[in-house]
Design a protein around this ligand. Structure first.
Ligand code: HEM
Ligand code: HEM
Length: 183
């Protein structure tokens, strides 16, 4: 499979970054739910540190992905019976997903700082919290992080359902041209 996108399908790099993001977001969300239940309790629980690592990896893949998009233009929308309104809706969902891929982890970082904890950088270093905020503000930021994370998950599920609908009901190439193992 060619590295770059072509007129009718995504290339290897865009597909790798897309599916790596999907796996990381799923893992981050699950670890967010169970973070403090595995590996002890409190801000240094192993599960929570794992959550932060995976969450930061989402930011790294997002940066690579947006950078790659700038040099490798995505293919034009696949012609489907749904028409241009559906293409525009799909495009809007993609931009919303990209926004949430940034907003959810950033709010996570803000919450970690807001509660006075350092940001662990993949075991190599830590950035001490530059903030001193009240408990109420920290709780508000936590709720924002949770809301962004849940919105990301729900929108990604709807996006996945739409892709499966294209594949199984409309039987077009929309999913195939992003699927890791197809031409
Ligand atoms: C796409 C990436 C991320 C997703 C989907 C995600 C998702 C979640 C979820 C679902 C929760 C549970 C909220 C609750 O019910 O209490 C959570 C908690 C949390 N997240 Fe994230 N998160 C992400 C990235 C990050 C990042 C980068 C950090 C960086 C520091 C972070 C820090 C935290 C913290 C500190 C908690 C609170 C854990 C606790 O005390 O219960 N998250 N996250
Ligand atoms: C957290 C999970 C996911 C996120 C954040 C996400 C995000 C995105 C984004 C931003 C795009 C636009 C193209 C690009 O920038 O690379 C895209 C395209 C696509 N995604 Fe996802 N996605 C996720 C999961 C899934 C899943 C589970 C499926 C399939 C079951 C899927 C199927 C597709 C398809 C088929 C395209 C190409 C659509 C087109 O050609 O217009 N995605 N995705």
């Amino acid at each position: 499979m060619p590295l770059f996108n072509s007129i009718d399908r995504y290339g290897a790099m865009a597909r790798t970054l897309h599916w790596a993001t999907a796996l990381l977001v799923g893992a981050a969300w699950l670890l967010g739910q169970i973070g403090e239940d595995i590996g002890g309790h409190g801000p240094r629980a192993a599960g929570l540190i794992a959550h932060v690592m995976v969450g930061l990896a989402v930011l790294v893949t997002l940066t690579l992905r947006v950078g790659w998009r700038l040099i490798d233009t995505p293919p034009p929308a696949e012609a489907t019976p749904l028409g241009s309104l559906a293409d525009r809706a799909a495009g809007l969902v993609h931009y919303l997903l990209l926004f949430l891929l940034l907003a959810a982890p950033l709010a996570g970082v803000a919450y970690q700082f807001a509660r006075g904890e350092p940001l662990y950088l993949f075991g190599f270093a830590e950035i001490a919290s530059p903030l001193t905020l009240s408990r109420d503000v920290a709780r508000g930021i936590k709720e924002l992080h949770e809301a962004f994370a849940n919105a990301l998950l729900v929108l990604a599920l709807l996006h996945a359902l739409a892709a499966l609908g294209h594949h199984w009901i409309l039987r077009d190439r929309v999913l195939k041209r992003m699927w890791p193992f197809s031409d």
